[in-house]
Design a protein around this ligand. Sequence first.
Ligand code: HEM
Length: 314
Amino acid sequence: MPAPGAAGDTFRQGLRERHRGSHHTLPGSDVHMESFPLPRPRERAMPPAVHIPRRRVRLRGDPEEEEGARIGEPEKATRSDILTSFTKLRDETGNPHSDKFLRDICVNFILAGRDTSSVALAWFFWLLSQHQEVEDRILKELREIVAEREGEGEGELVFKPEEVKKMEYLHAALREALRLYPSVPLDHKEVVEDDVFPDGTVVKKGAKVLYALYAMGRLESIWGKDCRDYKPERWFRNGRLESESAYKFPAFNGGPRLCLGRDFAYYQMKFVAASILHRYRVEVVADHPVEPKIALTLYMKHGLLVTLRRRDEA
Ligand code: HEM
């Protein structure tokens, strides 16, 4: 029997996180968007949270790829990682992007995409541990997808992109987890021009507008009486997975600054969740405290401690 522990390298941190209690906090009243001026960034003397060495790193695309292009070996010239793609682009003056630009792009993708997806998975696995019926439906969906493989044994089963696309119920289950536990629980925007909200609230240039995604996901006025329930079915209409307005469900932001990694994040989370659930029962260790940590990202304060049991072992 495996010892309680985390699953997988990529999502180890998220899966190590744990949670106490099963109730969802409901905001006492509607959340009002309030605008008020906050100190401008230069007025705040905050130390940088992450130190990235500026001088020593020299970013280059994949050398094999560059060599492949040079000597005409296309199989080596087909790499499409983010860094390699950006090294091929030119800036508005027609020059290659600077090392600083390339570094910032890579760090941005790492910071924006890693913890957001891993905490979402941690909350998802915890919610599943409280909702056996949801896990059963996900497993049924996975079994049906695997059964469609023609003449292929399961072997070392690796889900294919077209199979991941078919995982609609799993998609809804992840979206529902993000509704109750949005990876970014609180966000803000700065007003660039004086404006008036539809409800008549006046917002002045330079003010910051904060909105609480965590509270929005639990408001009866938005989601109805069952707003506190974990119910992936709410995302289906007439048996089809429906999209929802990004302004009602802003877990990935909305408008022109919509999360660039949204589709990739869903793909990645579905692939990881399906690969784990197909093979293992994920049992949250009894009596471990589970509660959110108030931070820019909605971490679990104490992590999620789980025991993995192979499904093919009794
Ligand atoms: C569950 C996973 C994720 C969630 C919940 C999430 C959420 C968000 C949110 C709320 C924003 C807007 C922040 C703001 O400016 O107010 C954002 C922006 C962004 N995200 Fe994600 N994200 C996720 C995964 C990813 C992944 C995997 C990537 C990259 C591979 C990524 C790349 C980005 C980028 C580049 C932006 C900036 C977009 C812009 O300002 O134009 N995100 N994300």
